[in-house]
Design a protein around this ligand. Structure first.
Ligand code: NDP
Length: 236
């Protein structure tokens, strides 16, 4: 049975992915990581008969990332890890435009360096696993092609970090292709979470389900690709 690590499992998409993963028979242990206490995640873990293991992990702290990877290694008891989902992310706004953007460094640390640090720390465990999959949760707002279309959303730092995470994904994908890894970026659609807001066109349940279908059905041919759960009116 496949084992999973997911970041940012305290709420939103990460919590719902954890819930849906735990309901699937082909899924084994789920290491659901969160930087703080999450009663909802604890409740889910409690009801999971040990399948969900909650691990503390702030992705913006590399030492914490290494510590979490060591804890997961112990939890795997000599087995490899199959799938890593880099989901944790923040969206910060700069209402007065790009030149007033004071949050790029903070956004970058969580959304890009966090993905890099987590990926690097978990690759040795993935190398021992059967599936060797890494899904980096990205966003269509990072698309350079659609930059004009999403210009009204006043979150330049967020957009830049998602563009960067797509580039990071490709670099890892090329480096680990020969070892049989499948590493891709995945946009989950526009979801009604704290980040997505109430106007979003998909429920978190539907977005998580579509995200899981993409992850579970992904093949080596998709290594390095940007997979997109389309929002209304958007192209690939
Ligand atoms: P939420 O704001 O609802 O949840 C964000 C999650 O990330 C929380 O669990 C939060 O933890 C966690 N997180 C933030 N910073 C850190 C950190 N430093 N270390 C560990 N965890 C952290 O957002 P969503 O669930 O909507 O977003 C999940 C992912 O999906 C993000 O990468 C986002 O960019 C992406 N996405 C979302 C879209 C949407 O419409 N919702 C659209 C496209 C992409 P905490 O509770 O501690 O704050």
């Amino acid at each position: 049975m496949a084992s999973y690590v997911i970041t940012g499992a305290s709420r939103g998409l990460g919590l719902e992915l954890t819930r849906q993963l735990s309901a699937r028979s082909e899924v084994g242990k789920i290491f659901a990581t969160a930087r703080g206490d999450s009663p909802k995640l604890q409740e889910l873990a409690k009801a999971s008969s040990g399948r969900i293991v909650v691990i503390k992990l702030d992705v913006s702290d590399e030492a914490a990332v290494k510590k979490a990877a060591a804890e997961v290694e112990i939890g795997l008891a000599g087995k490899g890890l199959d799938v890593l989902i880099n989901n944790a992310g923040i969206r910060q706004f700069s209402q007065k435009g790009t030149s007033s953007m004071e949050n790029l460094q903070e956004s970058f640390t969580t959304n890009v360096l966090g993905v890099h640090w987590v990926t690097r720390a978990f690759i040795p465990l993935l190398q021992k696993g059967n599936q060797k999959k890494i899904a980096n949760i990205s966003s269509t707002v990072g698309s350079i092609t659609y930059a004009r279309l999403v210009q009204p959303i006043p979150a330049p730092a967020y957009k830049i970090t998602k563009t960067a995470v797509n580039a990071l994904t490709v670099q890892y994908a090329l480096d680990y292709e020969n070892e049989g890894f499948t590493i891709f970026a995945l946009s989950p659609g526009w979801l009604r979470t704290d980040l997505g807001g109430e106007q979003a066109d998909l429920s978190v349940e539907d977005g998580a389900e579509a995200t899981l279908v993409k992850i579970l059905s992904s093949t080596k041919e998709q290594n390095g690709q940007f997979l997109n759960i389309k929002a209304e009116g958007w192209g690939e």
